[in-house]
Design a protein around this ligand. Structure first.
Ligand code: THG
Length: 383
């Protein structure tokens, strides 16, 4: 095997105000997300995982771009894009809002922030929501402006996040409830701070809207957090799989419907909204689904056991070589000591069965429990 290829960093791969700091901190790998650099590994994915679960990390998630929608029709445009009823959302709230096209296919799965009655931010995952929103607003003759502001979220995640944030922003920050945000001052400059983040270890996201204040903030988090063992981190593959946080582009894509992706737990199709997707989704729900996202937990707790995939379409194979569905993500869980897999599984393979024998990369096969996501480890008898 040759060495891992490098990622050639050009102006098309936008940096964040924190990219230089992250490099000084010895980032080992980046991925590309919204045409920007997203760190994926510092010490090692597993070492980063244990540290995240025990201490506190600062994550450069500036790639979570804000699509700023402002004007008298702002709420209308957001409601067009999501099947989730947003009519009762109050200012200061964050809402997880799957964005869905008129045929039920997923466009993105942002956290939406209601900044004012006529002003929303969609904090997007990796796809060009800005263009979709501008297109809808133009074609629909809506009275809104849609743009991407210079905002770079910085996440502070881990069990010591409250302590660290209180040292930097004062004790008041601890009063912010889950999925709420408040404007909080740092060095005389106010920024939105939410209790949220892409891990289940607790923490905050700071929506940095000034690059130089942001760099001072970044440095303050590290100097104030020295005795808390603060380290740089990033969304962690192992932690987010154990926690059942789905990654748009990996676990589900624009080729999957929101129902296949299992995100219908976040909305109620019986509620009438002006969502573009509502009639398609009602029809699909009534007709039944051909495939649905499922978690697999490999039976043998014997160390990392990657599953094999068909090289053409990345389908997982059963022991007879039949493709059972597109592989989403797989990771070895060092806590539960089982291989965890997400797969967009064809219904014929899970209807009526609780387990399936699948092929592994090493040529052997192994039985796997078929579960819904998030994984219920206790129900699987795993502690
Ligand atoms: N924070 C911000 N922007 C983001 C992400 C984020 N943009 C991209 C990506 N992450 C969007 N996807 C998700 C998916 C899940 C969650 C957040 C963003 C999440 N889910 C919780 C859960 O599933 O339990 C809570 C959902 C809820 O209660 O509504 O946190 O992380 N700024």
């Amino acid at each position: 095997m040759s060495a891992m290829p490098h990622l050639a960093i050009s102006n098309r791969l936008r940096s964040t105000p924190f990219t230089s700091r992250v490099q000084q901190h010895g980032v080992k790998a980046f991925t590309v997300y919204n045409h920007m650099l997203l760190p994926t590994e510092f010490e090692s994915v597993e070492a980063d995982y244990w540290h995240l679960c025990e201490h506190v990390q600062v994550w450069d998630v500036g790639v979570e771009r804000q699509v700023d929608i402002k004007g008298p029709d702002a709420q209308r445009l957001v409601q067009w894009m999501t099947p989730r009823d947003i009519s009762k959302v109050v200012v200061g709230r964050c809402v997880y809002t799957p964005l869905v096209d008129e045929h039920g296919y997923l466009i993105n799965d942002p956290v939406a922030l209601k900044l004012a009655d006529d002003h929303w931010w969609l904090s997007v995952a990796d796809s060009d929501v800005l263009l979709w929103a501008k297109g809808l607003a133009t074609a629909g003759k809506l009275d809104v402006t849609v743009h991407e502001p210079d905002v770079w979220p910085l996440a502070v995640q881990g069990p010591k996040a409250d302590d660290l944030m209180a040292r930097v922003f004062g004790d008041e920050v601890k009063d912010i409830r889950f999925f709420r945000f408040r404007s909080m001052p740092f060095e005389g400059h106010s920024m939105n701070v939410a209790r949220s983040g892409w891990s289940k270890q607790g923490g905050f996201e700071i929506y940095v809207d000034d690059a130089s204040v942001g760099m001072k903030l970044y440095d303050a988090l590290f100097s104030e957090g020295e005795d808390l063992n603060v380290r740089p981190g990033c969304p962690n593959l192992i932690e987010r799989m154990e926690s059942g946080l789905l990654s748009f582009g990996n676990d589900m894509t624009m080729r999957h419907t929101v129902l296949e992706s299992g995100l219908d737990s976040f909305f109620d199709l019986d509620v009438d909204t002006d969502s573009l997707s509502i009639s398609a989704l009602r029809q699909q729900k009534a007709a039944g689904l051909d495939r649905r996202i499922r978690g697999l937990v490999l039976s043998a707790p014997a160390g990392a056991k990657p599953v094999a995939i068909d090289p053409i379409n990345s389908f997982v194979l059963n022991k007879d070589g039949q493709p059972i569905g597109r592989l989403g993500t797989q990771a070895w869980s060092p806590r539960y000591r089982h291989q965890l897999v997400t797969v967009m599984m064809e219904s014929e393979f899970f209807d009526g069965s609780e387990s399936i024998e699948i092929q592994l990369l090493d040529g052997t096969s192994e039985s796997a429990l078929i579960m819904s996501i998030p994984f219920d480890f206790a129900a699987a008898g795993i502690t």
